[in-house]
Write a protein that binds this ligand. Structure first.
Ligand code: ADP
Ligand code: MG
Length: 379
């Protein structure tokens, strides 16, 4: 429990379900190769107690392998894992005190929901009375009390996944590892369970490492996201930092499907760094420590662009397409100048939708414009 100035009086009633159960976790230079293929390459990270961290990356980027090494199901070639100050690198999985939730629920089909959730406590020799209390509390927290007597096949996919979550939570592990736990569910259920996972994690102050390839899911859930590529962490940061200050073109593209506008560094101004775009216009980006004339790409997320009168912005063009996506509208603009320039993609509130064929200007706040040199990060 985090220390506060005003500690409540100790009470004989059950403590609030272990607020701040979470422990810090650190991973140092973890490495794993399979027959010459490097699956995880020198991954290091410090995770704070109670933090929700997500490994985000395409299939094959090393997310599961990293998680399995933390869990103890996969032995690292080198590197170490420390949980709550204890080196667990060589410990068996069940001795690390971590909880797991995987994409496949792996519930016992012949057991009731109650017995499924009680199972980890039975294994650990917890008394019957304590079992009743903890299973009851955990099911209630997940809104499953009414389902306690059912068997897994009498539940929906989302309910089964919640039972799996309860089973991982019931023995109050300080760290829970989840590998694409919602991957098999449809979108609506996923959204609902995301909210629930987040609520439970915050309520209990759990440390969570979560794996997904879904950017939106990562953004919704995480305090920090480790963007993985080819067994390495490209950037480990808050969703906001990743979005607003991507350190590599890969991160800019993977998280925000950024527009990359080629050009040449023009000059430093009080507003930031000016880039003369190949399409002719001048765009201002965050200040850069690069010599004038450097070939660069200015990167901007579609949601960070705005329309302005033609010739007032960094680019003037014609609206090529307008697609409504709920309250948002996706717009593409074909820059006027330059023969075969790429379309620029925008996301606007649907109330601001322009008409196809309209002549428009584009602007962006310099704080939202990143600059990458051509040398950076060929994919
Ligand atoms: P992710 O979870 O991000 O999809 P994985 O960690 O499963 O990625 O895989 C990372 C890389 O390691 C991939 O190239 C994968 O093919 C390889 N790999 C993973 N597990 C094994 C294994 N048991 N044997 C051989 N190669 C593996
Ligand atoms: Mg995986």
């Amino acid at each position: 429990m985090p220390e506060t100035d005003v500690m409540p009086e100790p009470s004989l009633a059950a403590p609030p379900p272990a607020a701040g159960t979470g422990k810090p976790l650190s991973v140092t230079r973890l490495r794993k190769t399979y027959a010459g293929v490097t699956a995880v390459d020198e991954v290091s990270m410090e995770i704070a107690a109670g933090e929700f961290v997500t490994f985000l990356g395409a299939s094959g980027s090393g997310k599961t392998t990293t998680l399995m090494m933390v869990a103890g199901f996969c032995e690292p070639d080198s590197g170490s894992i420390v949980v709550g100050g204890r080196d667990v690198t060589r410990l068996a999985p069940q001795k690390r005190g971590l909880g797991f939730v995987f994409q496949q629920y792996l519930l016992f089909p012949h057991m009731t929901v109650w017995d499924n959730v009680a199972f980890p406590l039975t294994l650990r020799g917890v008394s019957k009375a304590d079992q009743r209390r903890r299973v009851g509390e955990t099911l209630e927290m997940a809104g499953l009390s009414a389902m306690a007597r059912r068997r897994p096949r009498e539940l929906s996919g989302g309910q089964q996944q919640r039972v799996a979550l309860c089973r991982a939570l019931v023995y109050r592990p300080p760290v829970i590892l989840m590998d694409e736990p919602l991957g098999a569910l449809d979108k609506k259920l996923r959204d609902q369970l995301q909210t629930e996972i987040k609520r439970i994690q915050q309520e209990l102050g759990l440390t969570v490492i979560y794996v997904t390839h879904d950017q939106e899911e990562a953004l919704v859930l995480s305090d920090r996201i480790a963007v993985m590529r080819d067994g390495r962490i490209d950037q480990f940061d808050t969703p906001r930092e990743l979005f607003e200050r991507p350190r590599t073109p890969f991160v800019a593209d993977f998280l925000g499907a950024a527009n990359f506008l080629p050009g040449r560094l023009a000059e430093q101004t009080p507003q930031g760094t000016s880039v003369r775009l190949d399409t002719g216009g001048l765009i201002t980006a965050r200040p850069q420590a690069l010599p004038d004339g450097t070939r660069v790409r200015a990167a901007i997320q579609p949601g960070r662009l705005a329309l302005c009168p033609p010739h007032d912005g960094f680019c003037t063009g014609t609206v090529d397409s307008v697609t409504y996506v709920g309250t948002l509208v996706r717009v593409t603009v074909r820059p006027m100048s330059g023969a075969d320039t790429e379309l620029v993609r925008l996301e606007l509130p649907s109330g601001r939708a322009p008409a196809v064929g309209e002549r428009v200007g584009l602007t962006a706040d310099p704080a939202n414009v990143s600059v990458f040199t051509d040398a950076e990060d060929g994919e």
